[in-house]
Design a protein around this ligand. Structure first.
Ligand code: GLV
Ligand code: MN
Ligand code: MN
Length: 410
């Protein structure tokens, strides 16, 4: 009987659509930066839905939300699933939200059919996965798994100096429970792929075997402010021209190791940012990823040398600070297999896949058996307002989640 159990794809789609109204952007996406008013509204809606689905809610000091559906045996560790509700500034409707609402849809489906699992289930919302407002990304799942200290995370500030701790208090999600005390039987995260592979190969499900490594750096370049009209070209110490060369150099470096390596400069601040002053200061970020740690180390060594040479040649000073590091992750073979088996039993074309994007599941895998389920997204496009996915694929991923969770929870 359980083999024939399916989630309600229409209800999942409606929930995604309702959630996407919070922070909706003109081009069809979402802007719900972590711990903003929009993030609060999305959390409140999720919590109200979970309460209606008879879940108990707990919130930890980092604002992670745990919605628990009781099991027959309250002493068993829960099978957990979830993702994040925060988005990029120009984010889409599915990155994160899908994994959270797929978890809720699993619970609603079990409620519809009066099915009691042996172990409890929990749907988790992890705080600040994106890292767009507070760096580093995946910070609250990182604290949960012991990768970062709670105090470090609470003190992380946005560009206006507001800390995570202050913003959690302000929006009413600074919980009382310490972050990280919970034991899970397993953690599954459903997510859109955010890349082109499943769509290209016409697969519906990706059984995610692991996630490539990621390092973030803050770079600052210092030259000298000077008048744009009266300062001759020779002898200028233009930090922006130096930074531009550095940006090109790191792009070229990643191209040399394509397709495995990727490097991105996504944020750049110019000082004093005035039309008629030669820029004396630039701050920019580097996001470097590769499936192998040694390859990232090698690229890091090379770009540090290149940046120094560029700075020296242009009479600038530069410094590079590594601010985040997530090593490559391999997921639990049992959880990966549960995803493969569920896809097969449900008749969905699937393949194994390595994640290019980071996920809260990376940190979770340090403390609990973890797996992920990918579904295709149109053109592989994500971190874009036009991010889109087919309702039938989202439903398929949620069905796989349902059966993978049931296989663990009994
Ligand atoms: C999360 O979106 C990431 O940076 O991979
Ligand atoms: Mn995500
Ligand atoms: Mn994202």
């Amino acid at each position: 009987m359980l083999n024939n159990l399916r989630i309600d794809g229409g209800r999942l789609w409606q929930s995604l659509t309702a959630l996407a109204r919070i922070g909706a952007t003109p081009r069809g996406g979402c802007c719900r930066l972590a711990l903003s008013d929009e993030d609060k509204a999305a959390r409140d809606l999720f919590v109200s839905w979970c309460r209606r689905a008879c879940c108990d809610i707990s919130v930890d000091r980092l604002g992670n939300i745990f919605a628990r559906r009781a099991g027959r045996n309250p002493d068993l560790p829960p099978v957990a699933t979830g993702s994040h509700l925060d988005t990029q500034p120009h984010g889409g409707k599915f990155d994160g939200a899908y994994g959270v609402l797929a978890g809720l849809e699993v619970i609603r489906t079990l409620n519809d059919h009066d099915i009691e699992t042996e172990a409890p289930l929990e749907v988790v919302v992890w705080t600040n996965e994106e890292g767009a407002r507070f760096a580093p990304s995946m910070i609250a799942s990182g604290v949960f798994a012991g990768s970062y200290e709670e105090d470090f995370a609470l003190a992380c500030a946005d560009v206006d100096g507001h800390t995570m701790g202050e913003e959690l208090e302000r929006i009413g999600y600074a919980g009382s429970e310490p972050c990280g005390g919970r034991i899970f039987d397993a953690f599954f995260e459903a997510h859109i792929e955010q890349g082109p592979i499943l769509e290209r190969e016409q697969k519906v499900i990706g059984a995610v075997t692991g996630v490539q490594g990621l390092r973030w750096y803050d770079v600052s370049v210092r030259g000298q402010d000077a008048h744009s009209g009266s300062t001759p070209m020779p002898g200028r110490r233009n930090a922006l021209v130096g930074a531009a060369e550095m940006v090109s150099a790191i792009d070229a470096l990643a191209f040399e190791s394509a397709p495995d390596a990727v490097a991105t400069v996504g944020q750049l601040d110019v000082s004093p940012n005035s039309r008629n002053t030669i820029p004396g200061g630039v701050f920019f970020t580097v996001d470097l990823r590769h499936p192998r740690s040694e390859a990232i180390t090698e690229m890091e060594d090379r770009f540090r040398v290149l940046f120094s040479l560029i700075a020296e040649r242009r009479g600038l000073e530069s410094s590079v600070e590594q601010i985040a590091h997530t090593p490559p992750v391999m997921f639990d073979p049992g959880c990966v297999d549960a995803v493969r088996q569920a896809s097969k039993a449900l008749g969905y074309p699937s393949r194994d896949i390595l994640s290019g994007a980071g996920h809260d599941a990376c940190h979770l895998s340090k403390v609990t058996p973890t797996g992920m389920i990918f579904v295709p997204c149109a053109g592989g496009l994500s971190h874009n307002e036009e991010e889109s996915a087919e309702a039938s694929d989202l439903a398929a991923g949620c069905n796989v989640l349902l059966h993978a969770v049931l296989a663990r929870a009994g």
